[in-house]
Design a protein around this ligand. Structure first.
Ligand SMILES: NC(=O)c1ccc[n+]([C@@H]2O[C@H](COP(=O)([O-])OP(=O)(O)OC[C@H]3O[C@@H](n4cnc5c(N)ncnc54)[C@H](OP(=O)(O)O)[C@@H]3O)[C@@H](O)[C@H]2O)c1
Length: 271
């Protein structure tokens, strides 16, 4: 009931503020930046004169999206770099990483080469590894430049609806999550493992953009098995959903320069 109330209030009655903070000295890496919320958040960051690093799996698409943003925003002072998601490149400075890339197939998918169910790998396991990979760079940059670093994990709010019974699997959590019969998707928590400190001045947050008319919802075909399911989804989206542009405001808001250590470990929604 609380979830439903919060969801309806958020989607129907809250107007998200347009980002306007000064990002001109910042370098921000964003994963999945070539479409949906990632693309729209990047557009705002461009307007706000940020150095944006697109971390994408398809460099060609990343370059095309970056070029499109540069010409459509006309933001002369903004700079863009395109990295392959493997993080093999090094930037001289990295203030913030926005881990936005994700997929939602709505059903159990075959194991990846690494042996994890695909949704679990793309949305949970590999973002957690990526977060740990990028943290030393965020720390180093924050300490060297005397600023606060930020790591933002983007994801849904729907986990609140689930019981997460796998937590009782007695040391076999991954096996339970990998299993098609018992798997229930759960999210990640890095902040407790990486406390904010003088040596690690990096604020880690989890952000949900609410329900948006963006790629992940459009691509989700789980409700299209029945006519009724598809109809309910279309009506719900028409009435409730934010646009990608509106949803992307939450991604930018959570990494404002004045978001400080009080927000470490916070679950953020609605700006
Ligand atoms: N839309 C919503 O209503 C909603 C609601 C709650 C939370 N969210 C969260 O918001 C974020 C963005 O969602 P969206 O709707 O904007 O999605 P989207 O348009 O589908 O964009 C997802 C991005 O993730 C990338 N991606 C997917 N699988 C990947 C992989 N295996 N490796 C690397 N990159 C991969 C995609 O790259 P390609 O272009 O190469 O496929 C794309 O750039 C997600 O974290 C999602 O959980 C969205």
């Amino acid at each position: 009931m609380t979830f439903l109330y919060l969801m309806l209030r958020s989607q129907l009655f809250i107007t998200l503020p347009t980002p306007s903070s000064d990002f001109s000295k910042q370098t921000i890496m964003i994963t999945g930046a070539d479409s949906g919320l990632g693309l729209e958040a990047s557009r705002y960051l461009f307007w706000l004169e940020t150095h944006v690093i697109f971390a994408v799996r398809n460099e060609e698409r990343g370059l095309a999206a970056a070029e499109n943003l540069t010409s459509s925003t006309g933001a002369e002072k903004a700079k863009v770099s395109v990295w392959h998601l493997s993080l093999t490149s090094q930037a001289s400075r990295l203030d913030t990483a926005i881990q936005n890339a994700a997929m939602d197939n709505g059903s159990w998918l075959a194991l990846t080469r690494d042996g994890f169910e695909k949704n679990l790998a793309v949305n949970v396991i590999n973002p957690a590894f990526l977060g740990r990979l990028v943290l030393p760079k965020l720390r180093q940059s924050a300490v060297e430049n005397g600023v606060v670093g930020r790591l933002e994990l983007v994801g849904p709010a729907l986990f609140r609806l689930f019981k997460f019974e796998e937590q009782n699997s007695h040391g076999k959590l991954l096996e339970a999550l990998n299993c098609p019969e018992t798997s229930i998707m759960e999210d990640r928590e890095l902040a407790n493992a990486m406390p904010f400190s003088e040596k690690s001045p990096v604020v880690i947050t989890y952000v949900t953009p609410g329900s948006c008319d963006a790629g992940i919802v459009r691509k989700d075909d789980s409700s299209e098995h029945t006519l009724i399911g598809g109809l309910i989804k279309s009506v719900a989206m028409a009435v409730l959903a934010r646009t990608s542009e509106q949803g992307s405001r939450t991604l930018v808001d959570a990494v404002r320069p004045d978001v400080l250590k009080e927000s470490h470990g916070a679950y953020l929604r609605d700006c």
